[in-house]
Design a binder for this molecule. Structure first.
Ligand SMILES: Cc1cc2nc3c(=O)[nH]c(=O)nc-3n(C[C@H](O)[C@H](O)[C@H](O)COP(=O)(O)OP(=O)(O)OC[C@H]3O[C@@H](n4cnc5c(N)ncnc54)[C@H](O)[C@@H]3O)c2cc1C
Length: 453
């Protein structure tokens, strides 16, 4: 009798808890024209652009962290690239050149600090000189303004007194900015324009709602639910996982590569005035350390590229066994490693014994020593890899494939560097795409008419 009474009490507590939770969840249900998942630089700039184009739309931005822009947006080199490297005609080339201009114009307008410190791409042997010439031609074809081919060591010295090299490209319009600051400014504009931002909202499901007016249901990990007409996802390191929620293929898969930086000690910062970059290896374009002055006066050296043991793992101690196994057993990663074993081992070694990384830096700045440097921060790249081990270099978008969700959910699956530079151009392109394919113009007109009545 006594134990039955206790059991009943437990049951009723459990029931009340469930009731309370579902009431709380119901409170959170909202109806939106568009829900955007991911509050990095891509999500925030697109949210802002969407309300600039269609101010009456009801738009919500969902971010799993307690702050916006905490991942790739905050942990990158902070360079506004000019658009030199990328294949003419590629989306990357077009969006980088456009994005760089849009970003600087926007910073001027909003008084967001940035600095045009310029950039030297330095060739240190004859092989690199050949590719440097290709890069120079690419830059010109891409419409990058102000490029100069520097053909003597003396002229390199004039730009950067401590730097050594055979030949170089000088890009005066390459700049630096704090992208987290920029993302915050976009989010403020979005919020001021009537957009809603939900933090600590980790999207766990995107499914059919069964409603004809708002066919998509988005559920977060705390069971908070909203319904929307359309969804855009910009989930960075989880972009493949989020795409899979709506029936998209598992591949190309995101493999997280941590990029660790060294810092130049404060007394040595004057050694570096502009960005100094190597000539990239065309097969592994994201490898190769560079020197980057920061908005806060620091100088970052790096990054390297080692497998992160967790998608958002910023040190060797951040380990997620499932995510690690997912990467290690993926044919794309295995093939990439086998093809580039020497590079990979070298990167690991330099990561553990960081003074070895200084040796690479000495190629460009012979006077730098490990006493001038210390360990610095790290960022994690969302590297999309095809099953055959090839890196997906260009930006890549995909649409939902499932039942009534087909064509209602758009995913940004690959936004590698220079994704931050290109973000404002990507935002314009996405809004145009959503405008056409989601019929946003019509929805917007309907809302305007309703509001007038
Ligand atoms: C080391 C490094 C250096 C780089 N240097 C440069 C550079 O100098 N210049 C440049 O232009 N680009 C650079 N990049 C690239 C640039 O940082 C990225 O292209 C850009 O930040 C991508 O932005 P994003 O919004 O797609 O990703 P993120 O900034 O990673 O944002 C994705 C957001 O989605 C959120 N999210 C994920 N899953 C969920 C979920 N389930 N629910 C809700 N929210 C979710 C995350 O919390 C995150 O805030 C660099 C990148 C790295 C890693």
């Amino acid at each position: 009798m006594h134990s039955g009474y206790v059991m009943n009490c437990f049951k009723s507590i459990k029931f009340s808890r469930r009731l309370y939770c579902s009431l709380k969840a119901a409170q959170k249900i909202g109806e939106y024209d568009v829900a955007i998942v991911g509050g990095g630089i891509i999500g925030t700039s697109t949210a802002r652009e969407l309300l600039l184009a269609y101010p009456k739309l009801r738009v919500v931005l969902l971010e799993k962290e307690k702050e916006l822009g905490l991942h790739q947006t905050a942990n990158n080199s902070g360079v506004i690239h000019a658009g030199i490297y990328y294949k003419p005609g590629s989306l990357k080339a077009k969006l980088c050149v456009q994005g760089s201009k849009l970003t600087m114009d926007h910073c001027d307008k909003k008084k967001i600090p940035y600095k045009k410190v310029g950039k030297l791409i330095v060739a240190t042997d004859e092989e690199e000189v050949k590719y440097l010439k290709v890069l120079y031609e690419r830059g010109l074809s891409n419409g990058v303004q102000g490029l100069e081919f520097i053909d003597t060591q003396e002229k390199i010295h004039e730009r950067e007194p401590e730097c050594r090299g055979l030949k170089a490209i000088w890009s005066p319009n390459t700049a630096i900015v704090d992208y987290k600051h920029l993302a915050k400014s976009h989010a403020d504009d979005f919020h001021d324009g009537g957009g809603e931002i939900r933090l600590r909202a980790k999207v766990a499901k995107i499914e059919e709602s069964g409603r004809s007016d708002f066919p998509v249901r988005v559920v977060d990990s705390k069971d908070h639910t909203l319904v929307a007409k359309y969804v855009l996802t910009c989930a960075g390191l989880y972009s493949d996982k989020i795409s899979m929620l709506t029936g998209c293929p598992r591949n190309p898969r995101i493999v997280p590569f941590r990029g660790e930086y060294l810092l130049l000690k404060p007394s040595k910062r004057k050694m570096v005035k502009c960005n100094i970059y190597p000539v990239p290896n065309p097969k592994l374009p994201f490898l190769g350390v560079h020197f980057t002055p920061r908005m806060d006066g620091n100088v970052w050296l790096g990054p390297n590229a080692v497998l992160a043991f967790q998608r958002e793992g910023y040190s060797y101690f951040d380990i997620n066994p499932l995510e690690l196994i997912d990467a290690l057993t993926y044919s794309g990663f295995i093939t990439l490693c086998l093809k580039n074993l020497r590079y990979g081992m070298g990167e690991m070694l330099r990561s553990i014994i960081w003074p070895l990384q200084v040796k690479q830096l000495q190629k460009y700045l012979p006077s730098i020593t490990s006493e001038d440097c210390e360990r610095g921060p790290a960022g994690v790249r969302a590297q999309a890899l095809a099953p055959d081990g090839s890196l997906l270099e260009d930006f890549y978008f995909d649409k939902s494939k499932m039942g009534n969700l087909k064509d209602r959910v758009l995913h940004c699956r690959n936004c590698p560097s220079p994704g931050a530079t290109s973000s404002m151009a990507i935002a314009k392109m996405l809004v145009e795409k959503m405008g056409k394919e989601f019929g946003l113009e019509k929805i917007h007109e309907e809302i305007k008419t309703k509001l007038k009545q």
